[in-house]
Write a protein that binds this ligand. Sequence first.
Ligand code: 9QG
Length: 153
Amino acid sequence: MAFVPAPGYQPTYNPTLPYHRPIPGSLRVGMSIYIQGVASEHMKRFFVNFEVGQGPEADVAFHFNPRFDGWDKVVLNTRHNGNWGKEEKKRSMPFSKGAAFELVFMVLAEHYKVVVNGDPFYEFGHRIPPQMVTHLHVDGDLQLQSINFIGGQ
Ligand code: 9QG
């Protein structure tokens, strides 16, 4: 498939953290978000949030949260009106401390499909309609190398 950037969009390279910026043209089904990064040597946690609006109290339609917490896992959730919903969890860790990764979020009609280093990792069913999502927020124990918003016209 051809690489079709989102309209009016320039890829972002080596952004500083927190990365908290509007999604060009807002989120749409058919869009993919392509993130290259490096997990910190001493990584405990990081998150990628798909947020509805910009403020600190913004709803989080999708919180993707890898944790090295003794029992390594990835927590997936939503936050609505300030309250976290029911956590989904996968007790496997696709990231390695100190290692580069490629993380892709495909926005499909029913769910976000998460692919890490080319391997399908999780499908998180929509709880908040993806078309309400306006901002991407990334922070925690990682370095970002690039963020690309692809397709979705
Ligand atoms: O811990 O779990 C996801 O269900 C909470 C964490 C919270 C989320 C949430 O404290 O951390 O991961 O915004 C937050 O506070 C995030 C970073 C029950």
